[in-house]
Design a binder for this molecule. Structure first.
Ligand code: EPU
Length: 452
């Protein structure tokens, strides 16, 4: 396993100003990559971010006979070709390093009628069951069993059959569960209706790739997705499928909060504004402006609300707000920690309620080490704004909690040391380089050097 114990040393108190480009989305890329297992033709994905989770997914796909065939080509372009279908076992050693490995389940079942996927364990943000994924597979007629911690899913004789499936769970729908069931249903006989489907923009991106492969999907992005099964997927005319990954709405939101917490002025290119409306709504209430800007475009350019340039500016006073995380289009759980960093400096009391992962509060105790005043009761925290955060050594074993600590460090007085940034590297491409490019002072050092 790749484990780099790097650390960030952040000198706080610098205002961020300048221009950043938002990368392609991690959470869109992972199921898009897995979908390459579904057809025998090459799938070209563009603007794939360079992240540890993406490299782990590549390793997993390679074991499953789907290889990246353009090694040495442009870093952000990935050509995937599922040439060998002999191994359909996603092993524990890989799935445990990256829970999203579970999204090979639907694609493998669709193309091979069989898969064996290690049951992902819990992770730092909660238990994370996959019962809804399996409920969807069973509804399509698949046979599901367990062996040595692996889930084995098989198509019935005669293949999967379309069905009406309710995918809502106790916390709303499931994003990767919707992705898995949608993939499997593309080749099921007849019509499948996924009711209470996840509405996340990453599901829309996946439906768009599957449609390019010949799938018949309508309603992606709404709570009811209809899929009419086809006999098999592939590129029309035997060429390849080409798809550009949507921009990362969570990275964009994190950059917006970095601008806000440093009283800064940032322009974000490739910003998926349309996927961030609830975030922008909360930022506006806090006193942060997010405005689309006009930029010179080549002739024939068509406006795309998922790929805008926006300018983020913030007033001196951060106003307190109430926010509850919800499935899309509500405020995303993946930005809850970063928003909390911002609200530690608000002029009053804010209330944050976490409804998707009620235990996702690893950052609370770490923020307190920097002088934040936070009171937690169950899934709700009250953040009482303070005048100033103070730099301290901190650590969090969750990707978004680590991003929250980096934001806090940017605003804090003195030096903040964020340990174990490999969690951050799972989801943000070279975050320190990008933030330093707009005025931050962050140095990456190996943990050994810090100890010396
Ligand atoms: N749930 C169930 N049963 C299931 C599946 C989910 O009860 O079978 C529950 C979960 O425990 C949770 C809720 O439903 O309480 C939502 O979980 P979901 O399945 O939607 O999460 P996911 O698909 O596993 C993706 C993202 C997460 C993001 C969540 C919620 C990827 C690779 N991961 O996970 O991203 O937090 O949706 O939006 O797309 C991150 O990037 O930091 C991250 C954790």
């Amino acid at each position: 396993m790749e484990l780099e114990m790097d650390t960030f040393v952040i000198e706080g108190g610098r205002r961020l100003a300048g221009r950043l480009r938002v990368h392609g989305s991690k959470n869109a890329s992972l199921p898009l990559m897995a979908a390459a297992l579904m057809c025998d033709d090459p799938v070209v994905l563009r603007d794939v971010p360079d992240l540890a989770d993406i490299r782990n997914m590549l390793r997993l796909l390679a074991e499953l006979g789907c290889h990246k065939t353009n090694e040495g080509g442009p870093k952000d372009v990935m050509c995937l070709h599922a040439a060998d279908r002999s191994n359909s076992h996603a092993r524990y050693e890989i799935v445990r390093t990256m829970r999203a490995g579970v999204c090979v389940l639907g694609p493998l079942l669709a193309r091979r009628g069989y898969c064996r996927v290690s049951m992902p364990g819990g992770c730092a943000i909660g238990d994370r069951p996959i019962d809804l994924h399996l409920h969807g597979m069973r509804a399509l007629g698949a046979h599901v069993s367990m062996e040595s911690g692996d889930i084995i899913v098989k198509s019935p004789v005669g293949g999967l059959k379309g069905a009406t499936i309710f995918l809502g769970g106790p916390f709303g729908s499931t994003v990767l569960g919707t992705a898995n069931v949608m993939c499997a249903a593309t080749v099921a006989k007849g019509r499948t209706i996924i009711e209470s489907a996840a509405c996340e923009p990453e599901i829309v991106d996946l439906a768009s790739l599957l449609t390019k492969m010949g799938a018949k999907i309508t309603g992606a992005g709404s709570p009811r997705i209809t899929i009419d099964g086809v006999s098999q997927l592939g590129a029309s005319g035997g060429g390849s499928i080409d798809h550009t990954v949507m921009p990362d709405r969570i990275e964009a939101g994190t950059f917006m909060m970095a601008a806000a917490i440093t009283n800064g002025d940032l322009v974000l290119d490739n910003c998926p504004t349309d996927a961030l409306l609830s975030t922008i709504d909360r930022l506006n209430a806090i006193g942060v402006e997010v405005e689309p800007i006009e930029i010179l475009r080549p002739a024939g350019w068509v406006a795309d609300p998922l790929r805008q340039a926006v300018r983020v500016t913030s007033g001196r006073v951060i106003k307190p707000v109430e926010v509850t995380t919800q499935p899309h289009p509500g405020f995303p759980t993946d930005l809850q920690a970063q928003l909390m960093a911002l609200l530690t400096l608000a002029d009053g009391n804010s209330v944050i309620t976490e409804r998707i992962f009620p235990e996702r509060f690893l950052h609370v105790a770490e923020l307190a080490r920097m002088g934040a005043k936070i009171f937690r009761q169950g899934p709700t925290v009250i953040v009482s704004g303070v005048r100033q955060l103070k730099g301290a050594p901190v650590m969090a074993s969750d990707l978004r909690a680590s991003a929250c600590l980096v934001l806090a460090g940017l605003a804090a007085e003195g030096t903040t040391i964020v340990n174990r940034v490999y969690h951050l590297d799972r989801g943000y491409e070279k975050m320190e380089e990008h933030l330093c490019g707009v005025g931050a002072k962050i140095t990456r050092v190996s943990e050994k050097e810090v100890g010396e």
